[in-house]
Design a protein around this ligand. Structure first.
Ligand code: GDP
Ligand code: IMO
Ligand code: MG
Length: 427
């Protein structure tokens, strides 16, 4: 019963979509377990490029059943338009399963996300504005709407009423916005019910049965370890648990079932939105990483902040996720630098610190301590095995592996499925 978790080891956008798609051909199920359409996962198959937000990246592999787990927050209009977009391109999406317990992102959750950010002003998080935080807040406050509620009009109406009771007070009195009408929301949500009905399932049962039958299940994280609500750079985080434990709660599988946890790790670091980022570059190197790496958000189109590789963060990701492997991505982007600095520790208030500080103020003050590794200039995009890489690129990978605490089992040398060097098999 091999169950693998694949997650982001940094601040998201590490290349999870590509890695999941690569494995999609050899697994039976790919399950999203948290987050929503704040994610933007790019998958390149041949000359076709797909941007997925809510659908698991396994949707592009014909033999694989894609599952949206109970821990995901679902904007029905986004889901339906993503499905029809793929159908128009000839992708069969009929196998999709959607948990009846997943929470719905309602139009008022999106409104609250946007007005809250505006209200926070310069203290804003820089959210994707997709209603993610407010929907998870409703879930925890026990006033959330779940997919199954779309099939009981009376319950749906009562729940929307309960949710809007307080929200309309806040919207009108605090934010000076118009109140949202219960009927309109109910009508809109009911309008999605029939279209979603064929997909709705008891996904916990399906996934556990699959594991009992020795089928291979891959749990695909959105976002990344440092954006985790518990383990990330709070409050500059998303409102769910992308870390490995999130796969258990967000899909309904016990931790004893998980056999492998793969951390997707970019060969340098990026971040979108606000919050601390010790190795961030504000110079020509940062600009070059952005340009060569194509570091622009898939969801919001914002430029990503770029910086050198941070081994302190990678070690932390290894620990909080119990990583068994790394998939190192975008090594090709570093081609051409004479020397490549790598952050090995931080200096905080004059002291050398080897591990990620738990204190937010300490992390805000952390200055990177760099070691400089020699670069390479050879094109590595055609490399098929580790030995095809130039010596300095091999040494860079080995150094990162040593510092990060788990074996690097695959290396990305380009965005395409086949632009990957597999060192150890994941299955
Ligand atoms: P995700 O959110 O983790 O799935 O990552 P994104 O799709 O947001 O961002 C990763 C970007 O890097 C996408 O444009 C991918 O096509 C691209 N990518 C992934 N792996 C590699 C790689 O090894 N090399 C290069 N050059 N691009 C890659
Ligand atoms: P993928 O899956 C990078 C960031 C936002 C913001 C913070 C909170 O493509 O790696 P939210 O809308 O989730 O409440 O915003 O989290 N963020 C991401 N950054 N990649 C993502 O997803 C992200 N999803 C959310 O920019 O800083
Ligand atoms: Mg992304």
């Amino acid at each position: 019963m091999p169950a693998l978790v694949l997650l982001g080891a940094q601040w998201g956008d590490e290349g999870k979509g590509k890695a999941t798609d690569l494995l999609g051909g050899s697994v039976d199920y790919v399950v999203r377990y948290q987050g929503g359409n704040n994610a933007g996962h790019t998958v390149v198959v041949g000359d076709q490029k797909y941007a997925l937000h809510l659908l698991p990246s396994g949707i592009l592999s014909p033999g694989c059943t894609p599952v949206i787990g109970n821990g995901v927050v679902v904007d029905p209009s986004v889901l339906l338009s993503e499905l029809s977009g793929l159908n128009e391109r000839g992708v069969d999406t009929s196998k999709l399963l959607l948990s009846g317990n997943a929470h719905i992102i309602t139009p008022y959750n999106v409104t609250v996300d946007k007005v809250t950010e505006r209200f926070l002003g310069k203290r804003k998080i820089g959210t994707t504005g997709r209603g993610i935080g407010p929907t998870y807040a409703d879930k925890i406050n026990r006033v959330g709407i779940r997919v199954q509620d779309l099939y009981d009009e009376s319950i749906l109406t009562q729940k929307v009423e309960a949710a809007l009771d307080v929200k309309n007070q806040v919207l009108t009195k605090l934010y000076n916005r118009r109140a949202i009408a219960v009927d309109q929301v109910v009508e809109e949500l009911l309008g999605y019910a029939d279209q979603l009905a064929p997909f709705v399932a008891d996904t916990v049962l399906v996934i556990n049965k699959a594991l009992e039958n020795d089928q291979v299940v891959l749990f695909e994280g959105g976002q990344g370890t440092l954006l985790d609500i518990d383990h990330g750079t709070y409050p500059f985080v998303t409102s769910s648990n992308p870390t490995a434990g999130g796969a258990c709660t967000g899909a309904g599988v016990g931790p004893t079932k998980i056999s492998r946890v793969i951390g997707i790790l970019k060969a340098y670091t990026t971040r979108v939105g606000a919050g601390p980022f010790p190795t961030e570059l504000f110079d020509a190197d940062g600009e070059a990483l952005r340009r060569i790496g194509g570091e622009r958000g898939v969801t919001t189109g914002r430029d990503r902040r770029c910086g050198w590789f941070d081994a302190v963060i990678a070690r932390y990701a290894t620990r909080v996720n119990g990583l068994t492997d790394f998939f190192l991505t975008k090594l090709d982007v570093l081609t051409g630098w004479e020397e490549i600095p790598v952050c090995v520790a931080y200096e905080i208030d004059g002291k050398r610190v080897e591990e990620l500080p738990y204190s937010q103020s300490d992390f805000h003050h952390a200055k990177p301590i760099y070691e400089t590794l020699p670069g390479w200039s050879e094109d590595i995009t055609k490399a098929k095995s580790f030995t095809d890489l130039p010596k300095n690129a091999r040494d860079y990978v080995k150094a990162l592996e040593e510092m990060s605490g788990a074996p690097i089992s695959a290396i990305g040398v380009g965005p395409g499925r086949d632009e990957t060097i597999q060192i150890n098999s994941f299955l």
